[in-house]
Write a protein that binds this ligand. Structure first.
Ligand code: MOS
Length: 717
């Protein structure tokens, strides 16, 4: 198509080449590398005071006394907030379930977990606040605690939120009628997300409005929660979060923002509260440990008669967070009898939260390892086993799939990885001291959309300004929206300026659930379409510009009910040294069908980042909670192991570009699917290398060694 683009303000001869689908470096990249891009804690304010949180040193009990007298007398100290003197707040609404009391700070004397905020010391400088906070004496009455998750915990219950239970068919009968049965318990440990940029917020009052400078995954989300908690009109709260150094689910409303607002209100001047790495271990949320029972019953040809997936995770006494591990089974495979449930147990631990692919990441480890065990027992190739259990419609919902490309991903991945050359027998390939093996696993993740508001202004100089309360948490979201807007406006990308991270831009989806870019792009595209209709081709907009604002609520609601997912196939090759227990991942390859890819450059980074995290989950990550103290052992980035550069081989990612049939741009979302299934692919490869199944993550050297000994004992070595 070659015509004068309407509404571009100047008459260009041809429509520019599409920007979506072409690699594009980050539009804010130069600002970031030159230090001009400021992150939350770097933005200066006059009269700024600094708050430092004091966290409980007991795991359960109550605060009997806060001896703030000596602290108040220390240099620079302005105030000490605690349960005896802090303003009252309303509970934060729960996202799906009951209210979240995790951030209702200083409202009572109860201590529900170690690391619970018991006071905030505010001083003129950060150093003074820290020094004073460290000397603050808090007295407690301690009570016995329970922080240990196990499968038979008597406190486990089925929550009311979400869809905890989904069932069809008679499971017992289907299992009894199955010739091949897999019945195993899988576990994943407590894991933590630590974005490079720690959580930081500055609160201040300006002209009767609460202004929060923050680092978060959704400015309107945080603003709305603050308005509720402090009983403010939503229009009286403005939250800005321009640059965000990572989120992964941890950057919603957390303790430090609430503390900063309380202190700014009390003192009448701006107050900043920043979390330390150690504080993040209790205040930023974490991925709950899980215990998962899987029972599969199949005919000798691999067809599933029975599928049961039961998940259990811990949560705190102040918030019911469900890690829906079993839900991934509701989409991946069909079975005559299909039972899944997600249960929780309240322990004396900090509140868990979303962490990249909540549910799917641990759930796919259990399910995809169990499927590999079924492949072994039926003598089928793992990919063929999956092909034989492809559902025609949603196994539990009966709804049609919007589209389904799981087997396409496996076919493409198998060809690229060289899967057909694989000898299925375990423990047969050796290279010096190394045993070699390969493994595969499926992945899927919901492809959702949520209502968003976007405004676009045609400026008099022929450029366009897009305003949307999106968050770029390092994914490249701002750049993706620039490409989308440029195409929708039919102008080159350098004529588009995208402004994000400001709650005054109106409600928008958060950068979460892999649905940010999709939801925002929808709004931006709709606004662009309307603007182009409004502008007269070849004319110049008025000096004040011409603005169109669009809210996609009705459009998103009108989506027909379907099973909407992205898909992927993960492949891993590992080398295991049975003498030391060391595991090296030699190759990782993933193929994803995740809709239309907006920016191949940053999309690749999302897939590779997710897969790298999956490797880390398989082999390294584990927060050890000491049952005696109730605290995390080695709560820092030295004690908490994760994959470093030397642990990660070149990670290969490919995608099958299939536009989502119901999305205006065809986007699905790519932030989370990369981690789904990776740990299972690695674990399955470890089995293939050694002949030993590891059902507890991470697969540490000591576990490999113990397993090797057990194998020798059984005469298998
Ligand atoms: Mo993501 S765990 O939905 O921020």
């Amino acid at each position: 198509m070659s015509s004068t683009p309407p509404g571009t303000g100047t008459a260009t001869a041809t429509r520019p080449r599409p920007a979506v689908g072409v690699p594009h470096t980050r539009v804010e990249g130069p600002q970031k590398v030159t230090g001009q891009a400021r992150f939350s804690a770097e933005i200066p304010f006059p009269e700024l005071a600094h708050g430092w949180l004091v966290l409980s040193s007991v795991t359960r009990g109550r605060v009997t006394r806060v001896e703030d007298g000596p602290t108040l007398a220390m240099p620079g100290v302005l105030t000490v907030l605690h349960h005896g003197n802090a303003p009252r707040v309303e509970p934060r609404p729960g996202m799906l379930g009951p209210p979240d009391l995790t951030v209702a700070l200083f409202q009572h004397d109860r201590v529900p977990s170690r690391g619970w905020p018991v006071a905030l010391v505010v001083a003129e400088t950060s150093e003074q606040a820290r020094e004073a906070a460290e000397t603050l004496v808090v007295r407690y009455e301690e009570e016995p605690h329970d922080t240990a998750l196990h499968e038979e915990h008597p406190g486990a219950y089925v929550p009311e939120q979400g869809d905890p239970v989904a069932r069809k068919g008679d499971l017992a009968a289907a299992l009894a009628g199955s010739e091949v049965v897999v019945d195993e318990l899988y576990s994943t440990p407590e894991q933590h997300h630590h974005p490079m940029e720690p959580h930081a917020a500055t609160a201040r009052w300006e002209d009767g409005r609460l202004e929060l400078t923050d680092s978060n995954q959704g400015a309107t989300w945080v603003a709305g929660d603050l308005a509720t908690m402090f009983s403010l009109d939503p229009s009286a709260v403005r939250v800005r979060s321009e640059h965000v150094g990572g989120g992964f689910g941890s950057k919603g409303l957390r303790a430090h923002q609430v503390a900063a607002v309380m202190a700014a209100t009390r003192l009448g001047r701006p107050v900043r509260v920043v979390l330390t790495r150690r504080q993040m271990f209790t205040l930023a949320g974490h991925r709950s440990p899980t215990v998962q029972r899987i029972r599969l019953g199949a005919d000798p040809d691999g067809r599933l008669r029975a599928l049961e997936h039961r998940g259990l995770n811990h949560t705190s006494h102040v918030y019911e967070f469900v890690e829906p591990s079993a839900s991934v089974a509701r989409i991946l495979y069909d079975a005559d009898a299909h039972h899944t449930d997600n249960r929780v147990v309240r322990l004396d631990v900090p509140s868990p939260t979303w962490m990249r692919a909540p549910g799917e990441a641990p759930g796919s480890f259990a399910l995809e390892c169990a499927m590999d065990e079924l492949a072994e027992r039926t003598g089928l190739d793992p990919i063929e086993l999956r092909a034989r259990n492809e559902p025609a419609v949603g196994p539990l919902s009966g709804l049609p799939f919007a589209d389904r490309h799981l087997l396409d991903c496996f076919r493409e991945g198998a060809a690229r990885f060289g899967w057909d050359r694989r000898d299925p027998r375990p423990g047969t390939r050796r290279e010096g001291r190394w045993l070699l093996g390969t493994g595969t696993a499926a992945s899927s993740f919901p492809a959702g959309s949520a209502p968003s508001t976007a405004a676009i202004t045609a400026e008099a100089d022929g450029t366009f300004t897009v305003r949307i309360a999106a968050a770029d948490i390092g994914t490249g979201g701002r750049t993706a929206l620039t490409l989308v807007a440029a195409d929708a406006l039919e102008v080159p990308t350098d004529r588009v300026r995208v402004r994000i991270g400001d709650s005054d831009f109106g409600p928008a989806m958060i950068a979460g659930g892999s649905a940010g870019t999709r939801s925002w792009a929808w709004a931006v595209t709709a606004a662009a379409r309307e603007l182009r209709e409004r502008l007269v081709p070849g004319t110049v907009p008025p000096p004040e510009g011409s603005t169109v604002r669009v809210d996609t609520t009705e459009a998103v609601k009108a989506l027909p009910p379907k099973e909407r997912y992205s898909y992927g196939a993960q492949f891993a090759e590992v080398a295991v040294d049975p003498g030391t227990g060391e595991i090296r991942v030699r190759r990782l390859l993933g193929v994803f069908a995740a809709g239309r890819i907006v920016n191949p450059l940053t999309a690749r980074a999302q897939f590779v980042g997710g897969m790298t995290w999956g490797l880390s989950m398989a082999l390294h990550e584990e927060a050890a909670r000491d049952p005696h103290t109730g605290g995390t052992v080695g709560a820092d980035l030295a004690g908490y192991h994760f994959a470093a550069h030397a642990d990660v081989p070149p990670v290969e990612t490919h995608w099958i570009e299939r536009a989502d049939p119901d999305d205006p741009i065809g986007i699905k979302g790519i932030g989370e699917i990369g981690i789904v299934g990776t740990a299972a692919a690695v674990a399955n490869a470890v089995w293939h290398a050694t002949g030993v199944r590891h059902r507890a993550l991470p697969i540490r050297p000591d576990r490999v060694l113990t397993a090797a000994t057990r194998r020798d004992d059984a005469g298998l070595g």
